[in-house]
Design a protein around this ligand. Structure first.
Ligand code: GLU
Length: 370
């Protein structure tokens, strides 16, 4: 069994859910925040770099407005976040100041990590904040996030940050004590070696008024981060001395073993940071060529395009049954695909005389998802 201590903690992303940071709707649990800040300072004293992803803005805004239910309306949620975010940062600042640590607020939308240039810019800025010795405290920029530019939940955001920053570990701390083994013991699974469909089936959504993610989003976050070579913990943030216990392999909760062969950074960005614009269906012969031989997707393998996309967009690639197994950057737009699929290659060649082969997705731009 691989232990969390197999890799020494070097850079740790700590994700804190609303439920951990608050007691009751919109009431900050300052005692707990102070305790977590102290634990983070202890890690820093051991030269471990820490990045925090903190939820709580919407919940704190609700508290300030005395709302007992999360508003359904997007603009109301955005307003709650605007009110709560400054309270959240004030609290973090107050918790870290006596420890002689400076915090830095970083608010991100999905769009900031989807565009390659902005993604690289965010990485540079976070690296600089770490180099300055500060604790970056990241949250989704909920106030400007509409559905199409949202991460959706901070579990996903924390995994993206862990991947972007090549963290050694990601600790997802919430009120959930870990992943319960629904198929076997009914107890918390201490270690998950690989996230299989059975593991995914053990997760359920959230029922909390203020939280967003639930176990489903935590498992998919763990999948993303482990593929980046990062070890992931899902544990209760209410436990004392939790970070040290987790990182020394003595923690409660579930540890997800990092993938032995992590995807390289650009492929991670392709696989996990994009919202695919459509689907390319391929024939049965193309599936093993892509899956086992790692080759490019050629026009002869494509049967259909679903959705509207342009050349250069990121699309999913599905087998003849419609099951998505890969993702990549398409060299052709959706309206060019029918002619390609009907093998009117010559027609396409007259449009693109410089293209030697009718590669729809080049292997360098293609990544397998399962
Ligand atoms: N960004 C949201 C907030 O600060 C939380 C989202 C989440 O909990 O996943 O309230």
């Amino acid at each position: 069994m691989i232990s969390p201590t197999a890799v020494a903690p070097r850079r740790v992303v700590v994700k804190l859910g609303t439920g951990v940071l608050t007691s009751g709707i919109g009431q900050l649990d300052t005692q707990r925040i102070t305790r977590i800040a102290r634990e983070i300072a202890e890690l820093r004293a051991k030269a471990v770099e820490v990045i925090v992803v903190s939820s709580g803005a919407v919940g704190l805004g609700m508290g300030a407005l005395k709302l007992s239910k999360k508003p359904k309306d997007l603009s109301k949620k955005q307003a709650c976040a605007a009110i709560g975010q400054s309270r959240l940062m004030q609290t973090w600042q107050a918790a870290f100041a006596p420890l002689d640590l400076t915090v830095a607020q970083v608010l991100l939308t999905h769009e900031d990590l989807r565009s390659r240039n902005r993604y690289l810019g965010v990485k540079e800025c976070l690296s600089q904040l770490i180099a300055y010795g500060t604790i970056p405290i990241i949250n989704e920029n909920d106030t400007v996030s509409a559905a199409e530019i949202k991460f959706g939940d901070n579990d996903t955001l924390s995994a993206m940050v862990a991947s972007l920053m090549e963290a050694s570990h990601l600790a997802i701390l919430s009120t959930a004590p870990g992943l319960i083994d629904m198929k076997g013991s009914g107890q918390i699974l201490p270690v998950v070696e690989r996230i299989t469909p059975e593991i995914e089936a053990m997760a359920g959504g959230t029922t909390s008024e203020t939280a967003t993610g639930g176990m489903i989003s935590k498992i998919s976050a763990a999948k993303l981060a482990t593929h980046a070579g990062c070890g992931v913990f899902i544990a209760s943030g209410a436990e004392p001395n939790i970070l040290e216990r987790l990182l020394s392999g003595q923690g409660p909760g579930t540890f997800f073993v990092p993938s032995g062969l992590p995807l390289e950074a650009r492929k991670r960005w392709l696989a996990y940071f994009q919202r695919p614009a459509g689907i390319l269906l391929v024939n049965a012969c193309a599936v093993p060529v892509l899956k086992e031989q790692g080759r490019s997707l050629l026009a002869v393998g494509v049967t259909e395009a679903r959705g509207q996309f342009r050349a250069g967009d990121i699309v999913n690639i599905a087998d003849p049954s419609g099951k998505i197994f890969a993702r990549g950057k398409t060299a052709y737009a959706s309206d060019e695909i029918p002619a390609l699929a009907e093998k009117k290659g010559e027609w396409i060649r007259t449009l693109y005389p410089n293209r030697k082969r009718l590669e729809v997705v080049h292997r360098n731009d293609l990544v397998l998802l399962s």
